[in-house]
Each structure stands twice: as structure tokens, then as C-alpha cells.
Ligand binder design. Structure first.
Ligand code: SAH
Length: 259
């Protein structure tokens, strides 16, 4: 048997439609990096089109059977297949301090973890493009004021310009997932060092959205805000009313207040 049978616990939904695979590879701008790392190549439907690009393509795949399949069928990948868990792999081992793009039809069972991992290593990732379940892709790209705007949207958009590109139906996958998929592209901002304490920024955003129906005055009580600071009208708002820039300004105010 030549093909790999899908394993549900690894989030395996193999793409059957070659045109869509090509369209995903074409979302890469190829600006600012010489290497692309594909997460979860499976049987290489997307890899094939990445290998046609004028960049060096690497893949990282947790499933041994897929790794064997790729080694046998994609000789051009020779030496560039990492048989590893992306969430645990130290990218410095293969890439030193090199700038990389990340691409993929990602394993949906760990979507959020992939995004958080990318944020941790953002200094080396100028571009991130690929497919998630539609709802997650939309949430990442969402602007303030919408119900689905949340932690992922604010944290990603602090460092990246996020674009939702197109929707992909269930039936082009084997096995088909229960939901539609969405392709997005993130381009790192020119200046991706925030003008505030970044750790505090993450904590403020997460704390505010953990009680998203409350005003910031209530949800951020644990920060021991001074009475003077609490007067500020920003605390009348709920988290979904704040843009990334507003959250940065809020973090600066909280830092000045002394945490
Ligand atoms: N890109 C292929 C497969 C997508 S399915 C296609 O479009 O057909 C998602 C793939 O991610 C699977 O091959 C799965 O084995 C792999 N995967 C799941 N968790 C992973 C992890 N933590 N690190 C690397 N790959 C992972």
C-alpha cells in the first residue's frame, strides 16, 4: 500500500485538490527569507508546490509513516525532513538564526498552540501562511468590535499584519473535516518590538478577555490599579472595543501605575 492512512489524533486531513495546494503555496510572498518550513506535510501535496519556489523547502512532520513516505517520494527534500514535533522542536538546531517562512495545511487539533509557538519565535518568522479551520483563521484576522475578536487576534496583530485570503470547503480533504477551512497570511510588521513591556501586554490581553463581558475596570482589578488610573475612560470599555494599539497604550498606563 503506497498511501498513508489518515490518523485522527494527529489532525490528519489530507488535501486532495492540487489547485488548492498550489494556491496555498502561491500565498507566500518570498520576501525577507530564503527558507520555508512546512509544518505537517503529510504526503506532500503542498510540499510539491513549495519545492518549485526559489527558496529552500524544509518540512517538519511528527508522523513516522508520513516521514517515510516523503523520504521515498520527494528526493529533493533529501536532508531537509525533520521527523519531529513542531511544538517542541528548537529551530536553532537546523536554522541557526536564519529568517524562515512557515507554511502548511496545519494540524487543526493544535492550531492555537502553533500560533502561540510562532509568536514565541517571532523574531525569526517574517511570514506565516497556510490553512486552519475557518473559524480560527477568521479569529486571527478579526478586527475590534466583533464577537470573535479575542486573545489570538490581538496578540497576533500586535506583531503581524493578518489577511484572511480564501475559504476552502470540507469535501476537498480525505477524510473531510467537520468544518470549512480558511487560508490566511501573516506578514511580520517592520517594527515588531512593542513600545511597552511585552510580558505585561500578554498578561493584560489574556486577563481582559478571560472576562470579556466585563469592563476593564472590573476584569483588570487584580492589577491593583490606583484610584487615579481607574478614572481613565479606557476602563469603561470591554476588551473587544480595544484595538491592538489601544491595548499597548493600556499596558503603558498600567506599567506607569506600578504593577
Ligand atoms: N499537509 C498535508 C497534511 C495535512 S494534515 C496535506 O495537506 O495533505 C496535518 C499534518 O500535520 C499531518 O500529516 C500530521 O501528521 C502533522 N502533524 C500533526 N501534529 C504535528 C506536530 N506537532 N508537528 C509536526 N507535524 C504534525
Amino acid at each position: 500500500m503506497d498511501r498513508v492512512k489518515a490518523k485522527k489524533h494527529l489532525g490528519q486531513h489530507f488535501l486532495k485538490d492540487e489547485n488548492i495546494a498550489k494556491d496555498i503555496a502561491d500565498t507566500l510572498t518570498l520576501q525577507g527569507y530564503g527558507t520555508v518550513l512546512e509544518i505537517g506535510p503529510g504526503m506532500g501535496v503542498l510540499t510539491k508546490y513549495l519545492l518549485e519556489k526559489p527558496v529552500e523547502t524544509w518540512v517538519i512532520e511528527i508522523d513516522k509513516e508520513s516521514v517515510e513516505y516523503l523520504s521515498a517520494h520527494y528526493l529533493k527534500l533529501n536532508g531537509r525532513i525533520l521527523s519531529e514535533d513542531f511544538l517542541k522542536y528548537d529551530l536553532r538546531k537546523s536554522f541557526g538564526e536564519e529568517q524562515l517562512a512557515i507554511a502548511g495545511n496545519f494540524p487543526y487539533n493544535i492550531s492555537t498552540q502553533i500560533v502561540f509557538r510562532v509568536l514565541e519565535v517571532r523574531h525569526r518568522i517574517p511570514e506565516f501562511a497556510g490553512m486552519f479551520q475557518k473559524e480560527v483563521a477568521e479569529r486571527i484576522c478579526e478586527k475590534k468590535g466583533s464577537k470573535t475578536y479575542g486573545i489570538l487576534s490581538v496578540l497576533v496583530q500586535a506583531f503581524y499584519d493578518a489577511e484572511y485570503l480564501f475559504t476552502v470547503p470540507e469535501h476537498v480533504f480525505d477524510p473531510p473535516p467537520k468544518v470549512k477551512s480558511g487560508v490566511l497570511r501573516l506578514r511580520r510588521k517592520e517594527n515588531f518590538n512593542l513600545p511597552c513591556d511585552e510580558k505585561l501586554f500578554f498578561t493584560v490581553v489574556k486577563t481582559a478577555f478571560n472576562q470579556r463581558r466585563k469592563t476593564l475596570r472590573n476584569s483588570l482589578k487584580t492589577f491593583n490599579l490606583s484610584d487615579n488610573l481607574k478614572e481613565d475612560s479606557i476602563f469603561d470599555l470591554r476588551p473587544e472595543q480595544l484595538s491592538t494599539e489601544d491595548f499597548i497604550a493600556l499596558t503603558q498606563k498600567i506599567a506607569a501605575n506600578g504593577v
